[in-house]
Design a protein around this ligand. Structure first.
Ligand code: N01
Length: 866
């Protein structure tokens, strides 16, 4: 490369790191014909596997999968010796790869990048290293690893100790022999759990200082799994493809068995089978719901605790080793070889730091609150500043002098975990917001490297020089990452996934938990939509198709996917009776609903005969305000059972009596039967509030969908016909008009359960065209003066969204107080799916708060179900 004398050397790309990701990145960039320089602070390739050479270090994803797949020839010439390879073997593999593709020539070892600054004028990154090198590059790629920056020691007196000190994250290259020594190990994460059994074999005395016990399952190491080897031999490409499109980056069969509904026998069988496999994805997938449902998770957690107790002889030690402060899987579980058995050895002792915390490291050992220990060596297995530590360490400064550390002061923010706004041409391999540490890293790394390389190829082909995500796209992805994390149990744990292991680090769930498959699809979709959410610039101008790649709540989209696989006929092709039967079948398959104080069924008089009702009374002391509730179902479907879970949920959360009324349905009873029944039910309930356990005079109406329609109508009728006074109206994704031309019908009329054809079907059954403008069918067209305060819930993916918004606008214009609740990322039906769609819970909590606010004399309960 030619350069004027004295000016910094120029490269197309600089890569930081020469581990799994850096090596492959280098390989792909070279293939594109780009000039590349890679840096690594180590004196050889290997990354994680260069540094973490402590005794017992192994991968914990089977070697059939923890391997590069980009070159079938490479897979032919390299054979792994066992299921979980040791660190030396993995390091040999990476050296072999580096040599095979001649990668070392472009790597500068024993060199760290100390700063990187974006030059907006030149459209280049200026890079400086600790060897005083200055260079410039167009693309700056961080392949620096997720667990490569050791956590700073936060224990008093660490510099006082006169004996030998070791860190699992930076183990010496020469042999370490603990024979005859008194050794302390601090930390019981994967590194501690892998090294403790081997250190115990040599040490004369081993003391393990444990702050938090960890879940660990036996690795059952040995030959690589025969079924995987057979599949690879049969069709390697098929296997690799299955891995790329799997949830965790490794093909495993997913179950639909729920822990909460499984029999004890099934639960035990599934657990024991996973235990035997000795694979993380097996034990993490005993039940479909163990990552999101505390009760289901507890079943697995209890069985693991039972196993620990069955292995460890001393009951006190066994108890101390049983994790109790976090759900299984919310901290990274470990695979071990003889870890718990080690505590049965007479020279091994566990010190529970919760009982006797470390006061200080001393000259000759460790002082806890209760004892002084003498040691010859201390091993720190205290973990990493995960996922952001290594990225922060290179001091990147983007446009307008913005430092990455400053931008991420409250937690990282990325688009797809690949790039971050304000830092053009700055790429991260497995950055925060990508599946990375929750997946088989080998697969995730290859996917990221391929995406970046393909992106640079496309930019070159289209004449672009810079690429950067837009603020809209990045905020949207961050939200999606948070939404995915929020429905899991992860946020409850003090894990390094949450940044909780590093004092002062913002508490944010760092990886993307939507799955390797879903993530790959999102990345592919971004490209297919002309790099949606990226701004690309070049001499010919700029191009940007701005937008958000995933707006739907993850569990809502999962429900839609499951429904799509069921091949159900469109409801509007069925008769009313067949549609009702289909609804009843679906209702029978729902998980248990929340318990309430009391549920009773009764009948009340209606204009054309008795109306069945179901009354839900809270467990708290009454009397309570009363809410008359009308179920959804397009005036045709639904009954007391269909909305039972929602009524229970509302009852508990709002601490009100719910009276759910089964009004007459079309086509048997057409307009205005349902509306008349609703008003009659309101009057009767108001007149009998005291007998129902309610507070006379404190009555509201509520309804979902068509139920929202008749609830709104009932309020108008009550105003016009002399009462009763209504304290509030809760309209949950209501039908407020018969006009189906609003934009939400165009946007959401297909694919989100409630469709435009289905709305036509409902209207056709319910009302003649001539009646559809009647305010009792289309309350939006009525007189909106003097109506009770309203809470109107609208969902983003609902054809009726604009019906709700139009009613909210119109009520406000008429002087009514309106609380708008937006069910972000939800469909017409998903908020009501209690116990199925977890992301609906916060919306229902807000709705319940609105209900309580209709009755200001009641005290606030908080969110009893949260
Ligand atoms: O680190 P960790 P790790 N006083 O953070 C304790 C991967 N990995 O190096 O939980 C006392 O898990 C800390 O206690 P607490 C894998 O993803 C993979 O073991 O914070 N104790 C904890 O027990 C793994 O999850 C393999 O209360 C202190 C331990 O130190 C990740 O790397 C092998 C302390 C740290 O555990 C990190 O694992 C190894 C203090 N001041 C690692 N500070 C494979 O098998 C911390 N601790 C592939």
């Amino acid at each position: 490369m030619n350069k004027p004398a004295g000016s910094p050397e120029e490269f197309d790309a600089v890569v930081v790191g020469a581990g799994f990701s850096g090596l492959y990145m280098l390989y792909r960039l070279r293939q594109l014909g780009l000039s590349v320089k890679a840096f690594d602070s180590a004196d050889d390739v290997g990354g994680t596997w260069y540094w973490n050479r402590y005794p017992g270090a192994r991968c914990d994803i089977p070697t059939t999968d923890y391997t590069y797949s980009f070159d079938p020839e490479l897979e032919k010439v390299w054979t792994w010796s066992e299921k979980y390879a040791t660190q030396p073997e993995i390091l040999d593999y990476l050296r072999f790869v580096a040599d095979r593709y001649g990668l070392r020539a472009d790597i500068e070892f024993s060199t760290s990048v100390t700063s990187a600054r974006w030059d907006e004028q030149e459209k280049r990154w200026s890079i400086a290293t600790d060897r005083g090198t200055q260079l410039r590059c167009r693309y700056y790629i961080m392949a620096s690893g997720c667990l490569s920056m050791p956590k700073s020691l936060d224990i008093k007196g660490t510099d006082r100790f006169a004996g030998k000190v070791y860190f699992t994250s930076g183990w010496p290259h020469e042999d370490v022999d603990f024979t005859g020594q008194r050794v302390a190990v601090i930390g019981t994460g994967s590194s501690g759990i892998q090294s403790i059994p081997l250190i115990a074999r040599q040490a004369s005395q081993l003391t393990v200082f444990q702050r938090t016990p960890n879940f660990s399952v036996p690795a059952h190491n040995g030959p690589a799994p025969a079924d995987r080897l057979a599949w690879l031999a049969r069709d390697r490409e098929e296997y690799r493809d299955a891995a790329r499109w799997s949830r965790g980056g490794m093909p495993v069969e997913l179950t639909d068995v729920l822990g909460v509904t499984a029999s004890e026998t099934v639960a035990r069988e599934r657990f024991e089978d996973a235990w035997k496999q000795g694979q993380l994805f097996a034990i993490l997938g005993v039940f479909a719901d163990q990552g999101v449902n505390p009760a289901s998770n507890m079943i697995v957690g209890d069985m693991i605790r039972e196993k620990i107790r069955s292995v460890v002889h001393d009951p006190q030690t066994a108890d101390a080793l049983c994790p109790k402060d976090h759900y299984f899987g919310t901290k990274r579980p470990c695979l071990d070889s003889g870890y718990f058995e080690t505590y049965n050895l007479p020279h091994v002792r566990l010190v529970d730091l919760h009982k006797q915390p470390i006061m200080s490291i001393t000259e000759d050992g460790i002082d806890t609150a209760d004892e002084s220990f003498g040691f010859d060596a201390i091993v720190y297995a205290t973990g990493f500043d995960a996922m952001t530590g290594a990225l922060a360490a290179v001091n990147a400064t983007g446009r307008d002098g913005l430092a990455l550390t400053e931008k991420w002061a409250a937690g990282p923010s990325t688009y797809l975990g690949l790039m971050t706004t304000g830092f053009p041409n700055f790429f991260m391999i497995t950055g925060p917001g990508s599946p990375s540490v929750l997946s088989n890293m080998a697969v995730s790394i290859e996917q990221h490297v391929d995406w970046v390389a393909d992106c640079l190829r496309d930019m070159g082909a289209e004449g672009f020089e810079t690429i950067e995500p837009t603020p809209v796209a990045e905020a949207g992805w961050d939200q999606h990452v948070r939404d995915c994390g929020a429905i899991t149990l992860h946020p409850t744990a003090n894990s390094w996934y949450m940044g909780a292991n590093v004092p002062g680090k913002p508490r944010v769930f760092l990886p993307y938990i939507g799955g390797v498959d879903a993530y790959r699809q999102a990345c592919d979709d971004v490209v297919a939509q002309d790099y949606l959410g990226f701004r690309r610039t070049g001499p010919g101008g700029e191009r940007c198709h701005d937008g958000v790649i995933r707006r739907m709540q993850p569990d809502v989209s999962l429900v839609l996917q499951v429904m799509a696989t069921m091949g159900l006929p469109p409801m509007e092709t069925l008769s009313a009776d067949d549609a009702r039967a289909m609804m009843a079948l679906a209702a029978a398959a729902r998980p248990p609903s929340p318990e309430v104080g009391e549920v009773t069924d009764g009948v009340m008089p209606g204009p054309a005969g008795d109306l069945p009702y179901r009354l839900y009374r809270p467990a708290t002391a009454g009397p309570h305000p009363v809410v008359v509730y009308f179920h959804g179902g397009g005036w045709v479907l639904g009954d007391l059972d269909s909305d039972d879970p929602l009524c229970r949920d509302l009852c508990v959360r709002s601490d009100t009596v719910i009276v759910s009324v089964n009004y007459r349905h079309a086509p048997e009873a057409r307009f205005p039967a349902a509306a008349e029944d609703a008003y009659a039910a309101l009057r009767w309930t108001a007149a009998h509030a005291g007998e129902l356990g309610g507070i006379p005079g404190q009555i509201a109406v509520a309804g979902w969908s068509a139920g929202g329609n008749i609830a709104a109508v009932a309020c108008q009728l009550a105003r016009d016909a002399g009462g009763p006074p209504v304290s509030g109206q809760l309209l949950l994704t209501p039908v407020t008009d018969s006009d189906m031309t609003r934009p939400s019908y165009d946007e959401n009329g297909d694919g989100y359960v409630l469709t435009t054809p289905l709305m036509h079907w409902f209207w056709d059954y319910y009302a003649d065209p001539a009646d559809r403008g009647d305010p009792r069918a289309a309350p939006l067209r009525g007189n909106l003066e003097g109506l009770p305060p309203a809470c109107i819930v609208t969902a983003d993916f609902d054809p009726l969204r604009d019906d709700g918004l139009a009613y909210a606008d119109a009520l406000e214009a008429a002087g009514t107080q309106v609380r708008r609740v937006r069910a972000r990322g939800h469909t017409h039906t998903s908020v009501t799916m209690v116990g199925v769609v977890i992301s609906g819970a916060p919306v229902r909590a807000e709705i319940a708060e609105a209900l309580r606010d209709f009755f200001p004399s009641r005290t606030s309960l908080g969110n009893p179900l949260e």
